[in-house]
Design a protein around this ligand. Structure first.
Ligand SMILES: [Zn+2]
Length: 493
């Protein structure tokens, strides 16, 4: 019997706003699309959490025996600075600031994205399409929407006509926003916009004179709107109706609302059966934002080279920390929370080591391994409830330690089931790795932090001979210290 028939899954569908029994369109197969990164900067920790949640979901589907086609795009054009189709293209702006070709920016941050995901033990998606690789398809779909009278062209740009669409559809079906409120609340565009109504959104934008990322189209030399790429690429690879579309909760409106409208306008059917949204990550109780400095990069967590952390943490500890919260709950990132996760993770890995040396016996156990295994699956099949799963894993850890101490027993068959199940859930599904030994990188960071503390102490005591000696000798081996008002950081040449 296939595992997925044994363990039916319920998924919280953002569209119906309730948990639903998951029924894929084609039995045994799943089509899943997740909005990927806009590659104009290093991947943000909040985004990493979103992608990690979907990696865990992808892993669980595969474990259950589903054939999954997982598509996660790369946005390399069309994503403007704000949601009102205004401002510079994010990639073009970065290219201007860094004096690079836009495609150099795209390459640099795509490589960074892949490296980061590899470090955190992600499984690659099956298809990773780019917006610039699908300009022709996007133009073709815009033509269809125009022909249906659900879009209009003004001065070389094409906009989706939300009011027209809303006459026979419900714009707001996903986000719950009412069209009247949208009209009322969308800020006026100083008469600069070609839009008939402020809530309309761009399908194609005519490029200004100095806009370098541009392609020919029937309307103008320009570029596609941000929302149309996901509609076109998801449907191209998964069909006009597919199972799951995911993304961060911040994409629910307008991005995903617009995707539903575009898909419906194009194919006369709703494109997605289950909409899934992963929640935010906060840092020390506050929203993460580059502008306020309340931000941390994944690499800084690993090295510990940040004032926000007392030390570096391994990728699996970070992953374990993320998995301790349900993907739909807000999760707060802090040094204390990571220290607690590290303790828990090491306890789990230690128990696996103990498990290897346990001797089975024939006397009756006080722990029902088969029931426990069922509860692990029940947790994951209940909308991917990883915190409940982890509580069950710790139930097994307690049992393992009882056997080790001679206070409980385990039979031969049960021991095999326990080993296999723990390995499946810890490594295959949660995606953790056995990294008990700290990486040399984080050891280096810890060592330099000790030296920085000694140097600070020396400076306080006006022992500048010692403080200079520490700084200069670090420079000799290629480590530079940089003092700022927030403290001292270091850079390795
Ligand atoms: Zn998207």
């Amino acid at each position: 019997m296939l595992l997925y028939t044994k363990h039916p899954i319920s998924i919280y569908n953002s569209l119906s706003k309730k948990k639903e029994l998951f029924k894929p369109i084609n039995k045994g197969s799943i089509g899943m699309y997740v909005c990927g990164p806009t590659v104009y900067s290093n991947v943000h920790l909040g985004n990493l959490r979103t992608f990690m949640s979907f990696d865990m979901i992808f892993r669980y589907f595969k474990h259950l025996g589903f054939k999954v086609r997982y598509v996660r795009n790369i946005t390399d054009a069309g994503h403007l600075e704000n949601d009102e189709d205004e401002g510079e293209d994010r990639i073009a702006k970065k290219a201007r600031l860094e004096r690079l070709e836009p495609m150099e920016v795209v390459q640099k941050y795509t490589v960074d994205f892949h490296n980061t995901l590899n470090t955190f033990n992600f499984l690659p998606p099956d298809i990773e399409p780019t917006a610039t690789g699908h300009i022709i398809e996007q133009i073709e779909v815009i033509k269809v929407i125009l022909d249906k009278g659900l879009a209009y062209e003004v001065n070389g740009s094409v906009y989706f006509d939300v009011l027209k669409y809303n006459e026979s559809n419900n714009y707001g079906i996903l986000s719950g926003r009412r069209i009247e409120d949208l009209i009322h609340n969308t800020r006026a565009l100083n008469g600069q916009s070609d839009k008939r109504s402020p809530q309309d959104f761009a399908l194609w934008k005519k490029a200004e004179k100095n806009h370098i990322m541009r392609w020919p189209s029937p309307w103008s030399s320009g570029f596609p709107g941000w929302h149309i790429e996901c509609t076109v690429m998801s449907i191209k690879y998964l069909g006009k109706q597919f199972d799951i579309h995911g993304g961060g909760i911040d994409l629910k409106f307008p991005h995903h609302e617009c995707e539903i409208a575009q898909g419906k306008a194009w194919n006369d059917c709703f494109p997605v059966n289950y909409w899934m949204h992963a929640n935010m990550l906060t840092l020390d109780g506050q929203k993460m934002a580059k502008s306020t400095g309340n931000n941390i990069l994944p690499g800084e967590i690993l090295s510990g080279n940040t004032e926000k952390l007392s030390k570096g943490f391994s990728p699996s500890v970070v992953r374990f920390f993320m998995m301790q919260a349900h993907y739909r709950s807000i999760l707060d990132f802090s040094n204390d929370a990571l220290l607690a996760s590290e303790k828990g993770y090491l306890k789990l890995i230690d128990a696996l080591k103990t498990l290897k040396n346990l001797v089975p016996s024939s006397s009756k156990s006080k722990f029902n391994v088969l029931n426990w295994k069922q509860r692990c699956y029940d947790a994951m099949s209940d909308d991917f409830n990883t915190p409940v799963l982890i509580a069950e894993l710790f139930g097994a850890v307690k049992y393992i330690n009882q056997i080790k101490d001679g206070n409980n027993t385990i039979g031969v068959e049960e021991l095999e089931i326990l080993k296999k199940t723990l390995n499946n859930f810890i490594f295959d599904i949660l995606g953790l790795e056995n990294e008990k030994d700290k990486s040399s990188k984080s050891k280096l960071a810890d060592t330099v932090k000790i030296l920085i503390n000694i140097r600070n102490q020396a400076r306080k005591e006006k022992n500048f001979k010692l403080s200079d000696q520490i700084r200069n000798q670090l420079i000799d081996i290629g480590i530079q210290l940089k003092d700022s008002k927030d403290g001292t950081n270091f850079f390795v040449d």
